[in-house]
Write a protein of this length. Structure first.
Length: 291
């Protein structure tokens, strides 16, 4: 039996919008039966205008120092817990700053002995798409409507995947976070999504089936069934992401991720191992370890 997540493990020790220490997060993962668990803290910011709300008190230099401290602590925990859980150390990327993000992310990846990276897009041209309904509505209006926002977002994800080639692609349809219940993408948006999925397939990336949307009351898990079914038809691998931001949310909602994967027609889920890289686990073997 295996149980895992590779997108999450954020902690209040190193992330302004999370809670708990990193050790408490890891302890929670072990208590909740994870056999494999990935820590993927957010990358630092490089310009003051790109600071996420709540990060102002640290500033650019403070965030860089906090990220360096995260890597050191995560690597120590990875070694200390080796006999109890297989920990992986990575980070979650941004397409920030808009000019030079790729060079910044590649330099960060090369600077530390990361096990993997999670490719994320949370902005369009430096404006957040998922911070608040008001901010997203303003961005939507400036871009010419919801469909234009969605297409711009998926174009940005495609560019990120093709340029950076991350191991895992995070919350693929995050852009629909504030849409009403029953939302589905238009045919034009779906064509942009198809291009994104083709990029993921070509790069060998693994799709994060992320339970944060369900856990936080923003509809089904990411991505929606209409996307996940297409990904399965295209042969794109999937894995679990709890997107936890503290010990209390470790693993919470992953049963919904598993149900969505099964409903889309997948027979296996990919998981990362130290010895063999990515492996596939049959759905009936996916459950937390007990005792």
């Amino acid at each position: 039996m295996v149980w895992f997540s590779y997108h999450g493990g954020h902690s209040g020790e190193f992330c302004a919008h999370a809670t708990s220490t990193l050790e408490e997060v890891v302890d929670s993962a072990m208590e909740r039966g994870f056999t494999h668990y990935g820590l993927s803290e957010h990358c630092p910011r490089y310009r003051a205008q790109d600071l996420y709300p709540g990060e102002e008190k640290l500033g650019i230099a403070g965030l860089a120092a906090a990220f360096e401290a995260y890597v050191a602590r995560a690597l120590d925990l990875r070694d200390a817990c080796a006999g109890e859980i297989e920990l992986f150390v990575g980070f979650e990327t941004e397409t920030l700053p808009p000019e030079g993000w790729l060079q910044a992310m590649m330099a960060l990846r090369d600077a530390y002995p990361f096990d993997y990276i999670v490719g994320s897009v949370h902005d369009i041209c430096g404006r957040w798409v998922d911070f608040s309904p008001a901010d997203t509505a303003a961005l939507t209006a400036d871009l010419g409507g919801p469909e234009a926002l969605q297409i711009a977002y998926f174009d940005a994800v495609t560019n990120m995947v093709e340029s950076l080639r991350p191991d895992i692609v995070a919350h693929l349809d995050l852009v629909r976070k504030y849409e009403p219940a029953g939302f589905s993408f238009s045919p034009r948006a779906l064509r942009a999504i198809e291009t994104t999925l083709e990029a993921i397939g070509s790069s060998g990336g693994v799709l994060d089936v992320n339970c944060a949307a369900f856990r936080n009351g923003y509809g089904p898990v990411y991505p929606l069934p209409q996307i996940l079914e297409r990904a399965r038809a295209m042969g794109i691998r999937v894995t679990f992401g709890d997107d936890s931001h503290g010990a209390q949310t470790v693993g919470v909602g992953l049963d919904q991720s598993l149900a969505a994967i099964a409903a889309a027609g997948y027979e296996t889920v990919a998981y990362l191992t130290r010895a063999d890289g990515w492996r596939e686990a049959a759905l009936d073997t996916l459950r937390p370890r007990r005792g």
